[in-house]
Design a protein around this ligand. Structure first.
Ligand code: SF4
Length: 348
């Protein structure tokens, strides 16, 4: 029987949950179709259909949904992420995402599957989070639960590699579940990437290696087009990149527990916890806050990070991206930042 096509936009939390979703749809015998990588052409289409004042990652999402609709998929998977922790929600744009997409793209042909994700942790594998998906494809509850468990186990294997020091970038371009499974097994068995970022390569204090933490939402840090390929540019400059996805949950929790009151938004809190952890780490030479123009939560986080960076005497820079950001501007700023860090290291 021909597999039914389900589109997954390569945007927002795709960069966090893609192994989970690829495994889930494969096990359910569906045919996942991933939207193309972000490009000028794709983004321009999304921008035209979006509210002008909305943040760029949402414009990117609109662009990817449009792209999937043109690929003749029957369904588009667009969950409404509400919560990943008790009493903490995600940014309001996530809460209203399916409505916003339906409003902006009223002539969409594919059917949107918009299950609400309400979880007490990052593990979103509960049946209640996938009820609409199960109904749409007539999947019995028992089978769905078993499949969700498999998908979550796979996702945890991948996450453990991130905690070891691999970057999301090392996996995210893989769309084929069989290839992804092979790559994960290979890394679990100790095979390293040529350009590996693993923590055990190089030593702290090594003059040639500059260690930089890029603090930003996964969809800003790992969408190569929207951030002008910042990760690879840093690598080319001899930088070892660290990101929040490498920080264990317990470490982030420990940092968050020191706050009198955490912020309202889940991923903003995670970034804060990771940044505090890195600020105290002597191996880190500098921190870059990568933020999107028009991001409400980041206007608060950015201020806090700036103050804390001063307190810990850490080199800190904010890079703001939007649909107009020019590549040369980003490169010049990164180069200047790295030069200063090298100078500082040499003088020390
Ligand atoms: S957290 Fe910021 S960048 Fe992300 S969706 Fe919300 S407003 Fe946009």
């Amino acid at each position: 029987m021909k597999k039914r096509k389900i589109g997954i936009p390569r945007a927002l939390l795709y960069y966090y949950y893609f192994p989970f979703w690829l495994k889930l749809f494969d096990e359910l015998n569906l045919d996942p179709v991933i939207s193309d990588s972000t490009s000028r052409y794709l983004l321009d289409k999304g921008v035209k259909k979006s509210l002008s004042e909305i943040c760029v990652p949402i414009k990117v999402m609109i662009a990817h949904v449009l792209n999937l609709d043109q690929k003749d998929v029957d369904y588009i998977f667009l969950p409404r992420f509400r919560s990943l922790r008790k009493d903490v929600v995600l940014c309001p744009k996530f809460l209203g995402l399916p409505d916003m997409v339906r409003h902006s793209l009223s002539d969409l042909e594919a059917e949107i599957i918009a299950d609400q994700i309400d979880s007490k942790s990052d593990n979103i594998a509960q049946f209640s989070n996938h009820q609409k998906l199960a109904e749409t494809f007539s999947i019995p509850k028992r089978e769905m639960k078993k499949t969700l468990k498999k998908a979550s186990n796979f996702w945890y294997r991948y996450r453990n590699l991130l905690f070891e020091g691999y970057l999301i970038d090392d996996f995210v371009k893989i769309e084929d579940i069989e290839v992804l499974e092979k790559v994960i097994s290979k890394f679990e068995n100790g095979e390293k990437l040529p350009q590996s970022q693993r923590k055990d390569i190089g030593t702290a204090g090594n003059e040639e290696v500059i260690d930089i933490t890029v603090i930003g939402y996964v969809y800003n840090v790992f969408d190569q087009y929207i951030n002008m390929d910042i990760i690879n540019k840093l690598k080319e400059m001899g930088v070892r990149v660290h990101t929040f996805s490498m920080v264990a949950e317990e470490t982030i929790e420990k940092e968050l527990s020191k706050l009198r009151k955490p912020m309202f938004w889940e991923f903003t809190n995670k970034l804060y916890g990771a940044a505090e952890h890195y600020f105290k780490n002597d191996q880190i030479d500098g921190v870059i806050h990568l933020t999107a123009f028009g991001c409400g939560p980041d206007s608060m986080l950015g201020q806090i990070l700036e103050v804390d960076a001063k307190e810990y005497d850490n080199a800190f820079m904010t890079l703001r991206i939007d649909e107009q950001t020019g590549e040369s501007h980003i490169i010049t700023r990164i180069e200047a930042f790295i030069d200063l860090l090298r100078l500082k290291k040499e003088n020390n």
